[in-house]
Every structure is written in C-alpha cells, then in structure tokens.
Ligand binder design. Structure first.
Ligand SMILES: [Zn+2]
Ligand SMILES: [Zn+2]
Length: 512
C-alpha cells in the first residue's frame, strides 16, 4: 500500500525542543519505520514553515533579511532531525518556487469556485513606519487578562488567540509608537460553505482522529456557523497574492503552510520518479498527518476545507498527540523553559529519548517530563532488562562458543513457549502501532526481554556448560532468537537500537 506520512512543519524561527519530538516527530517516525518494514510504499515528508510575521518582524529588528533567519533554522532543523534519526524521505522549505506556485494555484482555484470573498476592515497602522501592522506587528495589553506585553494575535500569558481590537493601548512592535487605524481590503476563505461536508466527514470517518480532535471540533466549532478565515495580510514577507488589485499583500501563513504537504510530496516525486497523485489522489493510498494537539483546528477544519475546495482527497488519519511539560510547567520557547533536542542528543543516547517519550504516557495524554522518572525508566527497562539480557546472551556466546550461535538439540516446552512469544510480540508491536497505542507495543518488547532474563537465570547456562553442554547450547540458541527478535522489532519501529550493527554481525545477515 502507498502511504504518505507527514509531520507538522516546524516554524523556522527557533530551535526544536524535545516537546516537538513527543507530540509529532518520534511518533510519526515510528509509524513510517514500521510500514516501511512491512513492505508498504511509504513517503515520509516534512519541511520548514518559513513565512509569517514572527520571522519578518525578527528580521526587521535584527537588521537581516527573513531568508537569512529561515535558512539558519532550516539547516539547524535538518541537522537535529538527522541526529535524532527521524527518517524523513524529504525535508522541504515553504520558500521554494514550487511551493509558491502551488499556494497561488490553491488560491485561484478557490476564488474561481466562489469560496473566497473580500472584506474591507480597519487594521492597525503605524504612521511612523508607514505600514500596516498585521498579527505580531502590534503589542499591547490583553483585554482578557491584563498582561501588558501581549502580541497582536496571541497572549502569552492567558494563551488566548487575539483578534484586532483585543489589545488595549496598542503600539507598533517595531518603533513602539501608538498605532492608528486605516481601512484595508483583504481576502477571506468562506469556511461555512464546507460546514455540512466537514461535519459528515468527521462524524462518519472511522479512526479519523485516533487520539484527539473529534469531540473538540464537533462541539467547539461545528455546533455553530464557521467564521470565515482571513487568508491575506498587508505584508511583504510571504507568498504574493496573484491578483493585480492585491499588490503589497501576501498569504497568511496558515493558508500557505499546510499546502507544503502537497508541494513537498510533489518535489519528492519529481526527484524520485514517482507520481504525487499516486499518493494523494489514489483511493487505495493513505494520507496520515501527525501533529501536536494544539494545531488541531487548522488541520481538522481549515486544511480539509481547502482540500475539498480544490478537489483533492482528504487525509485518512489526523494523529494529534499530547504535548510535553517539563517538571509540571509548559515548555515554551518564549520563557526558555525547555530542553532543546540538539542539547539532549549531545549528551544522551537518542534511544533514551524515544523510549521515554513513548513509554511514559499514552500518546493522547500530555506527558510531564521528570528527570528522576526518565532516569528510572532508562536504567530499569533499557539497561537492566533489555541491555542486560542482550549483553549476557552475546557475551556468553562470544566467550564460550567463539561467537557462533550454537546449534540446538531437543527444545523443551519452556524453550518452545519462549520462542512462541516472539511471534505474539511481533503481532502486538504491529497492531499497537497501527492503532496508535504505541506504549502497549513497546511494553510487550520490554516484557520479552524480562522473560529472557528470567529464562537465562533459571536455566543458568554458565553451570550447564560444565555438566550438560548440549543443553547449554540449546538455551543459548533460544536466547539468541530472542535477541534477534528484539533487535529487529526495535529497529523497524521504536528505537534506532544501536546494537543493530553488532547483532547483524553476530546473528543475522538479513537485518534490514
Ligand atoms: Zn491574556
Ligand atoms: Zn512603527
């Protein structure tokens, strides 16, 4: 089966923290690895989201061009994904020519079909800088919580999304002078036209939101008319609106960014000789979006409406996982309360991170990263159970049997039972990943290692080797089968498992 796996596009204005890996990247990677190993034709894509006012505003303040900022973070993101072994097939940029053309095509199609209208509104303006002040270009006091340094589109203190008029005493974020108001015309996407179709799709599609989203979207948004979505801004940084009368306007970043899923797939297929339509417009293929639950509105309503409007297929699954807190507090770039992924993998094995972020809580729940809990999990499960079993088995084979896996004689019922568990665990791993209950699959793998340890202790091959060599060989053979299975199952799914190279040499030449 053809499967397109996408991971939410990181915004090219900051380094990624480990919370992004919990909500999105590790989870998507596990899914992509499993399906590749099962023989599916998987394309796993992502790329940097490079437009929007946080980037252009920062560029003004730092006296550099926006593309300098986004190029820096594009390179950093690419490196951290490589270091954390996230197995993207393609990592693009929303500043590519192909992407720009596709965004403009989406707009013109939607316009032609009557899904886009214009509206004149009053927008904040700076007389000093002689420009409109969209989104982040305004700062002021949040009218809901009184926080004095709220951004034009969002309050960092109370977390509310803010609209024009929600800031008291608004000032220009560039020069700090009070704003004035001027009339401007912008383009709006009429979401309400898709209300019925969206509702039926969300209500009737099985497993569309395997973790989170269905109830939230139905009760919070689809229980009333959908508000139209402003898709253009008076701004210079972004994809230009391709109309004569829209000079000086670009698309809002949330209109532009999700189109990256299609444009990056196209770019990948152009380079690799496949057809993007075989993945996106094929009734037998799957499109699986992995996102953090904080962007469910955009992926569950806005993006599907755009797809419906231009006649492209809707996603099969939208996997919205919980977020990561750090010792009880929300991780945030603005407060600096976070662990950067790059810093983490500099000092600790990447597999520890993968393991902990999956095993410590079900994917749909937010997870609180606690250092002592992390330490306990890694030492208890990975070192004591998994590492210990693998080490004891391989070390024994190496020292007593010259590194050759011994040939077994008669298998006892105990031996057979343990070997049978391998197949059961394999099924469990596959079904748990496919149903997005990763923790159960990983738990089954660690239990297999625990059972291996018990078996080893009970049979004590270090004693058998003196008195019953044939039996010792059989016990080590059984253990070797377990080690091989653990390596393979981990490798094709949860962990990158750094023992794989060693195991390949020792046990099985056919490791992927
Ligand atoms: Zn507020
Ligand atoms: Zn100003």
């Amino acid at each position: 089966m053809k499967i397109l796996v996408t991971a939410a596009l990181p915004y090219a204005n900051n380094e990624l923290h480990i919370g992004h890996f919990r909500s999105t990247y590790i989870i998507a990677d596990v899914y992509a690895r499993l399906h590749r190993a099962l023989g599916d034709d998987v394309v796993f894509i992502c790329g940097t989201d490079e437009h929007g006012t946080p980037i252009s505003l920062r560029a003004i303040k730092e006296g550099v061009s926006p593309i300098e900022i986004t190029t820096k973070y594009y390179e950093l993101d690419k490196k951290v994904f490589k270091d954390t072994e996230i197995s993207f097939d393609y990592f693009g940029r929303t500043t590519s020519k192909e992407h720009e053309e596709l965004v403009q095509w989406f707009f013109l199609e939607l316009l032609k079909k009557g899904f886009i209208t214009t509206k004149k509104t009053q927008q904040p303006y700076c007389e000093y800088d002689k420009r409109f002040l969209p989104d982040r270009y305004v700062r002021g006091t949040c009218k809901y919580c009184g926080y004095p340094d709220a951004k034009g589109d969002e309050c960092d203190n109370c977390g509310r999304v803010l609209a024009q008029g929600d800031l008291l005493n608004p000032v220009c974020a560039i020069c700090g002078k009070p704003t004035t108001i001027r009339e401007t015309e912008n383009w709006y996407f009429d979401l309400e036209k898709f209300h019925k179709e969206l509702q039926a799709w969300i209500e009737n599609s099985e497993n569309l939101f395997p973790l989170y989203g269905k109830k939230y979207l139905l009760t919070q948004f689809l229980s009333k008319p959908l508000e139209s979505f402003g898709i253009t801004r008076d701004l210079e940084w972004g994809v230009p609106v391709p109309l004569q009368e829209a000079k000086g306007k670009v698309f809002y970043v949330w209109f532009d960014a999700p189109i990256g899923y299609v444009s990056f797939l196209k770019e990948y297929c152009d380079k690799n000789g496949c057809s993007w339509k075989d993945f996106w417009q094929n009734k037998d293929s799957k499109i699986v979006h992995f996102i953090g639950r904080n962007i469910i509105y955009h992926h569950g309503l806005f993006w599907p409406s755009m797809l419906l409007g231009v006649g492209l297929n809707l996603p099969t699954n939208i996997v919205a996982a919980g977020l990561l807190n750090l010792s009880g507090k929300k991780m945030a770039k603005s407060s600096g309360w976070m662990i950067k992924a790059q810093d983490f993998v500099k000092v600790l094995n990447n597999d520890y991170l993968r393991y902990y972020l999956i095993i410590a809580a079900p994917l749909e729940e937010d997870l609180d990263f606690k250092l002592e809990d992390f330490q306990k999990r890694v030492n208890g499960d990975l070192v004591d159970s998994l590492g210990n079993f693998v080490h004891r088995t391989l070390h024994f084979i190496y020292t007593k049997f010259n590194g050759e896996i011994p040939t077994p004689s008669n298998l006892s019922d105990d031996d057979k039972a343990l070997i049978n568990q391998i197949e059961q665990v394999k099924e469990k791993v596959i079904s748990s990943i496919d149903s997005f209950e990763y923790r159960a699959g990983l738990d089954a793998l660690i239990s297999l290692a625990r059972n291996g340890n018990k078996y080893l202790t009970k049979n004590a091959p270090w004693e058998l080797v003196q008195k019953d060599l044939e039996r010792a060989k059989t016990v080590l053979f059984v253990c070797a089968q377990l080690v091989k299975a653990l390596a393979l199952f981990h490798f094709f799914s949860f962990l990158d498992f750094h023992l794989t190279v060693l195991i390949k040499r020792l046990l099985c030449e056919d490791v992927v």
